[in-house]
Design a protein around this ligand. Structure first.
Ligand SMILES: Nc1ncnc2c1ncn2[C@@H]1O[C@H](COP(=O)(O)OP(=O)(O)O)[C@@H](O)[C@H]1O
Ligand SMILES: Cc1ncc(COP(=O)(O)OP(=O)(O)O)c(N)n1
Length: 268
């Protein structure tokens, strides 16, 4: 069985963060492990509290994982503090972790800051260079590049700007656009679009977490980058299309939609 580690924050309401990642990895037939960076008190209406672990305890979790069940791929999500980012970067180098997918989580869709102001530099200088793929959404790509993104051409310019300073692949997610859900992969000087069907469903809590952990699962299973993203986007679209409607705000996805449709995840 392939193994995937998620390093991220816990979402007690189960829609994003560690909980979305574990559901996604499990539905991809891989073995999920987690190193928790913070507990969040949140639900479909917003984020109400963040309680970070200490760098020492995060390191202890990473040591326990890497010295026992080595992950075939690693997904990194919310890490709000510079010291925690430093701890993760050092551990990933120490254990020579492979297939690292980094979702540079900055602000939740509900508007809460999930990255401290003084941690953005550490994310850029210490963690991004270790990743094989980074998956910013449009607002995150704007912060990372200083380019305002209003069109598909702007997405390409932002990806090119990121590629000037970073060797890995870049996936700019288009979910924050109005009528489309097209994501742009920029890898070794080449752009490829992943065209997605825009689903009319406000319940999008955890889409970014789900996509990045699905990509990590596919990479762990041996698919190349393009196929890993294509399959992950297929999974995400179906989980959104399943139309789960929980909570008073923007609700979670139906990660286990396959149990209803009897469709194999590997078909997407
Ligand atoms: N309404 C939607 N219909 C279909 N796909 C969507 C929709 N909203 C987001 N997506 C897709 O979800 C993934 C996450 O995108 P996005 O919402 O931009 O990121 P984040 O959750 O990090 O803010 C992308 O593949 C995006 O295209
Ligand atoms: C603990 C935790 N991590 C990440 C997020 C953000 O999730 P994401 O899938 O990027 O986007 P939204 O859920 O905000 O659409 C989170 N809320 N909590």
């Amino acid at each position: 069985m392939k193994t995937v580690l998620t390093i991220a924050g816990s979402d007690c309401s189960g829609g994003a963060g560690i909980q979305a990642d574990i559901k996604t990895i499990t539905m991809h037939g891989a073995y999920a492990m987690s190193a928790i960076t913070a507990l969040t008190a949140q639900n479909t209406t917003g984020v109400y509290g963040i309680f970070e672990v200490t760098p020492e305890f995060l390191k202890q979790q990473l040591d326990c994982i890497f010295t026992d069940i080595f992950p075939d791929a690693v997904k990194i999500g919310m890490v709000s503090d510079a010291k925690l980012i430093h701890t993760i970067a050092e551990a990933l180098k120490q254990y020579q972790a492979k297939k690292i997918v980094l979702d540079p989580v900055m602000v939740s869709t509900s508007g809460s800051k999930l990255l401290k102001d003084d941690a953005a530099d550490a994310l850029v200088t210490e963690l991004i260079p270790l990743a094989g793929l980074i998956t910013p959404n449009i607002p995150e790509a704007e912060v990372l590049t200083g380019i305002q993104i209003h069109s598909a051409e702007d997405m390409v310019s932002a990806a090119e700007r990121l590629a000037e300073k970073y060797l890995g692949a870049v996936l700019i997610k288009g979910g924050h656009g109005k009528n489309t859900a097209n994501d742009l992969l920029y890898e070794t000087g080449k752009s490829s679009w992943f065209y997605g069907e825009r689903i009319d469903n406000p319940n999008t809590h955890g889409t970014g977490c789900t996509l990045s952990s699905a990509i990590a699962s596919n990479l762990a299973k041996g698919y190349d980058m393009e196929n890993s993203i294509r399959k992950a986007k297929g999974y995400l679209t179906e989980a959104l299309k399943a139309g789960l409607d929980l909570g008073r705000g923007d609700g979670p996805l139906m990660h286990n939609y396959v149990l209803n449709t009897k469709t194999e995840v590997s078909e997407y």
